[in-house]
Write a protein that binds this ligand. Sequence first.
Ligand code: PEP
Ligand code: MG
Length: 572
Amino acid sequence: MKELQPKILSGRPAAQGIGIGKIWILSDENKPVHPEKINKKDVSKHLEKYSNAKVVVTEDYERVKRLPDDFDLSEIIEAQIQTLNDPEVDKQVTKKIKNELNSAEYAIFSTYNEYIQLLEAADAKWANERTIDIVAIRDELIQATKEKKRVFDVRAGEIVFAEDISPTAMVKLSHKNVGGIVMEKGGLTSHAVILSQSLGIPCVINAHWNRYNIASGNSAIIDGSTGQVILRPSRKQIDEYEKRREDEINRYEKDLEWAQKPDVTKCGSEFKLRANVEFLEELPKISTHGASGIGLLSTETILFDADDFDVADQIEFYKKVIESVTEHAITIRLFDAGGDKLIEGSEGEANPFLGWRGVRMLLDKRNLLKRQLEAIYTVAGIYPGRVKILIPMISNVEEIRIVKKYCKEVQKSLEQSGINFDKNIPIGIMVEVPGIALMAAEAAKEADFFSLGTNDLTQYTLAVDRGNERIAHLFDSYHPAVWKLINMTKTAADNAGIPVAVCGEMAAYPEAAACLMGLGIKDLSMNSSSIPRVKAMLCNHELSEMQLLSERVLMAKELIEVHELLENWRTK
Ligand code: PEP
Ligand code: MG
């Protein structure tokens, strides 16, 4: 029989590192459940089956929550437990068993599917990622109604191939020391990806492995930096990637030595590298990676149910974050919902990224804004001088003035209530809309600092939807137009005497970070695992070299020229 040739798949790189090992397929053991009618006399048996399944799955989640870990996963698991015990879902399942005489399995399957369909109809990254969690609960519940339990018999070093991975499955897998993760679906901001980055497990998403004839036990290689997945690799490919993996590990360890060194270039020029944070699970690695505090704390993930989200909860959340960075400061971005991060009321827009997003939503939901400001001012009162506020999606200077007016109102009401607060919190804006970058001189009169959101700045400057896989090749932050807008923003900030930082993905690329330094932007925020390599690059070069690089980049006429300049600089 003819031997099958190696097959190379291209997915999206999600977490750095190379994995070489046997494939372990996280199979979807739960085939569709077909409708099954039951006798009236069996209703109580099926109701009991359902409530027992809930107990089993809840206990399983509680057990996962207690597993020893460096990462505080309790929030993710808690959210799963809450959904599992949601009274609305309960009502539906019970109704389907009791009134419609469906089997427990089918009642669970169809109720959860209705929920999933609602999320899928939302057609947004946030909703899709939540779908993974709901599918997981559905499948775990159905599994629990059966005798047979799902076992994670994956061995250390094996590469997990899955459709999607739920947070709980991810936690279980992380305890098995798996060699890598390949997913058909997944989003760059999904729990599984964030956790694999934090845990150092190479991960590739959107790799369509399901179309190929592979089985558990076949070999594979995955490269989490390029997104390549090689099925049935040849001996030569295995040798080549083993060598690459060794080089990568050596490089990471070498870079890590720089993590605790001072943030200064070879010629003694200072800079600051900070962490972008979204989940509490990311906090433990911040200091080991050498971050000087948090340059971007995204808060929209705590906004699942805006109307019920109370100030005390927010205060707790911000306190946990600030306490994790010892003496450093944190920049809290006000809720940047909308776009691909749906909240109630933002569904159904034709162009969500051009729609009701960030500050636009906040100015319509004033109570929500005021409650967030109240929480931030209160926390800043406990940790004075260590909190900054960042306003997302500013496209008009007037929006800054209005938010500042609310800040004053909140301060006044805190004063009246006798609550201690910090009235000197700097209020900055995200520069991520080209219109505000072009008007940066005016914006600088109202803002205390700028933070360049190069992800959105790229999407809006190039008219490329950042979430659209079809045109993903056109989404490129190295485009000369993006560099020009960055430089204009920096010049305007200098003229006004306000600081400017970068918190978009761009800062995580060492050569781009060097070029930003060359432009004079010395405050860079990124995912914390990229900090060591960026730091190593900046500490090992003179500022004058970086300035020369940035001058050349600003003169480039085409994207390819910028790529050549930056890549040659990195590898020189
Ligand atoms: C950005 O737009 O660059 C940014 C940092 O914000 P987000 O990716 O959360 O929109
Ligand atoms: Mg943005």
